[in-house]
Design a protein around this ligand. Structure first.
Ligand code: NI
Length: 255
C-alpha cells in the first residue's frame, strides 16, 4: 500500500509503453498516485489519466519554468479544470532559480496568482522550489495554509525551513534524492521531521532512486523512498508506507 504523491505519468517518455508501465506500478503495490500537472497541456493529460485509471488523481497548475508565458485566460482555464472530479490540488507551482536566464519577477507573479487561485478554491498546493527558498517561503507566508495545506515537493531546503513550513500547515515530500549516498542533510531531515507531516514521491520520470540512477524513473519505485525513510528512522517500511499514505489522503482529501 503506497501513495506516490508526485508523478508525471503523462510525460512523453511514457508514450510508447504507458499501459505496461502503469500495470507494473499497480503490481508494485502503489494504490494511489497523484499525477501533477506541469503546464496547461499536461494538466489536461493528468485529468485524462485520472479518468482512465481509478488509482490516479490529478493536480493542475503551471511549473515555474513555463509560468512566464502564462495569461489571465490560463488562470480561468485552470479554475475550470480544477472543478473536475479527481483534481485534488493546484500544482505544481512555485519558483525555480536554477537557470541564470530565468525571469524571476514573472515567476513570482504567476506563482502568486496560482496561490491566489488555490486559496479561492480552498485547495491544497503542490510547491516546486529549486534554489529559491527565501522567495518561496515569502510568497507562501502571505497565505493562510492552516486549513487547505500543501506540500513542498522533492524537498531541498534546510531542517529549519521544513519545520517552519510544517508550522504554516505544509507537508514535506521526499523523492529519489533521499536514497543517494551523498544526501547527508536530506537524510537527517527525513529522519527527524514528524512522520505525520511526511509524504513520499517519485517525481517520475525524473530523479530515480539510487539503484536506478541514469534510468527512466516510474512510480513503481516509490517503495524505495519509503524503505530509505524507514531505515533512517529505524522503522519498518510497511509502517512508513501506511503513514505516508494516510498523510497524502488527509492532505488531498481523498476517501
Ligand atoms: Ni514534478
Amino acid at each position: 500500500m503506497l501513495f506516490d504523491s508526485h508523478t508525471h505519468l503523462d510525460d512523453r517518455k511514457f508514450d510508447s509503453d504507458r499501459d505496461e508501465v502503469i500495470k507494473e506500478i499497480i503490481d508494485a503495490g502503489v494504490t494511489y498516485a497523484l499525477n501533477a500537472g506541469a503546464d496547461m497541456d499536461s494538466s489536461k493529460r493528468a485529468i485524462a489519466l485520472s479518468k482512465e485509471y481509478p488509482f490516479i488523481y490529478a493536480s493542475v497548475g503551471v511549473h515555474p519554468s513555463d509560468a512566464a508565458y502564462m495569461t489571465d485566460e490560463d488562470i480561468d482555464t485552470l479554475r475550470a479544470l480544477a472543478a473536475e472530479e479527481k483534481v485534488v490540488a493546484i500544482g505544481e507551482i512555485g519558483l525555480d532559480y536554477h537557470y541564470d536566464n530565468t525571469d524571476k519577477p514573472a515567476q513570482k507573479k504567476w506563482f502568486d496568482r496560482q496561490m491566489r487561485l488555490a486559496a479561492e478554491l480552498e485547495m491544497p498546493v503542490i510547491i516546486h522550489d529549486r534554489e529559491a527558498h527565501g522567495d518561496c517561503m515569502e510568497i507562501l507566508s502571505k497565505y493562510d495554509l492552516t486549513k487547505t495545506g500543501g506540500v513542498l515537493h522533492c524537498f531541498s531546503g534546510s531542517l529549519e525551513m521544513a519545520l517552519k513550513a510544517i508550522k504554516m500547515g505544509m507537508y514535506i515530500s521526499f523523492a529519489g534524492p533521499v536514497t543517494y549516498k551523498n544526501s547527508v542533510n536530506l537524510k537527517e531531515i527525513a529522519a527527524s521531521l514528524p512522520l505525520e507531516r511526511i509524504l513520499i514521491e517519485t517525481d517520475s520520470p525524473y530523479l530515480p532512486p539510487g539503484a536506478y540512477r541514469g534510468q527512466r524513473n516510474t512510480s513503481a519505485y516509490v517503495g524505495l523512498v519509503a524503505e530509505e525513510i524507514a531505515r533512517l528512522r529505524g522503522m519498518n517500511t510497511e509502517e512508513v508506507a501506511k503513514i505516508t499514505l494516510e498523510n497524502a489522503k488527509r492532505l488531498f482529501k481523498i476517501g
